[in-house]
Ligand binder design. Sequence first.
Ligand SMILES: *Cc1c(COP(=O)(O)O)cnc(C)c1O
Length: 340
Amino acid sequence: MDKELDWSHLSFGYIPTDYNVRCYYRDGKWGDIEVSQSETIDLHIAATCLHYGQEIFEGLKAFRGKDGKVRVFRLEENARRIIESAKGIMMAPVPVELFTEMVKKVVKLNERFVPPYGSGASLYIRPLEIGISAQVGVKPAKEYLFLILVSPVGPYFKEGFKPTNICIMREFDRVAPKGTGRWKVGGNYAASLEAGEKAHSLGYSAVLYLDPKEKKYLDECGPANFFAIKGGKYITPASESILPSITNKSLMQLARDMGIEVEARHIPIEELAEIDEAAACGTAAVASPVAEIDDLDTGVKYVISKDGNPGPVTTALYNRLRAIQLGEEPDVHGWNTIID
Ligand SMILES: *Cc1c(COP(=O)(O)O)cnc(C)c1O
């Protein structure tokens, strides 16, 4: 870094850092952690990740707190989730201890890229695993590469914490009913690109997917979970095609802490007419409030935010979670890992 980065104006893009960490699985076991300064990998042209999509990933963040300490949010939950993803597409699972050690190491090595407290920026941590065995037959690889790269990312909300419009379209499904939706598989993102680009071109920030089987219930909101506040309750879709968002899980806990009842269940589309607040949630934005939901096939428009502002419950939950990540409020649930 020759000159100081403009932390508050960083985008959610890739900025090179000093190091990444890697570990190979060969002969039935994980090897030693390797520290690399290279931004590329040397990959066999017949590697299974290239041909049959054996790729899974995670996304988490490190924050510089009010006290100057660096905190990684919900490290262990991410470690556990990538194990589920690995099992889902028959890859070698990365043990929780190895995942934890590698995250700590890569953050420590790149500590100068953890944005300062107050900038709104954070260090995005991207673990990924790929099948690397050379084989042309369709079967799981025998060898894997697990690597973690990091990149500083700017505050998600450039124009502040403001609601955006989302849309429902039945033309596309992100995943299949008993497919890979519940795992963090790269291919799910490929499958969502066309719908996402179409929504953007129509002026929407994301697609609110319906359950792929019956198209009756709400599913995910683009690459994020969806929740709504209805009559003082926190409601969020439950289905086997939804990726279990750690942000959603955390917000549900905070809602309970605040005395708000939580319901994870099927939510029929029509129920959108009765909700008071709505948001997409995930690591990138924590919560991204929704102004209006347009059903493009029926022409029905659900106006959620009547005054163009995020609702009070969404705002309170968002502020609470951010405060814990930044060490401004006590971490009563033990969600942060301090890097020292
Ligand atoms: C990563 C992801 C989320 C959000 O999960 P978090 O753990 O909250 O970041 C939601 N939906 C999909 C499809 C995802 O891949």
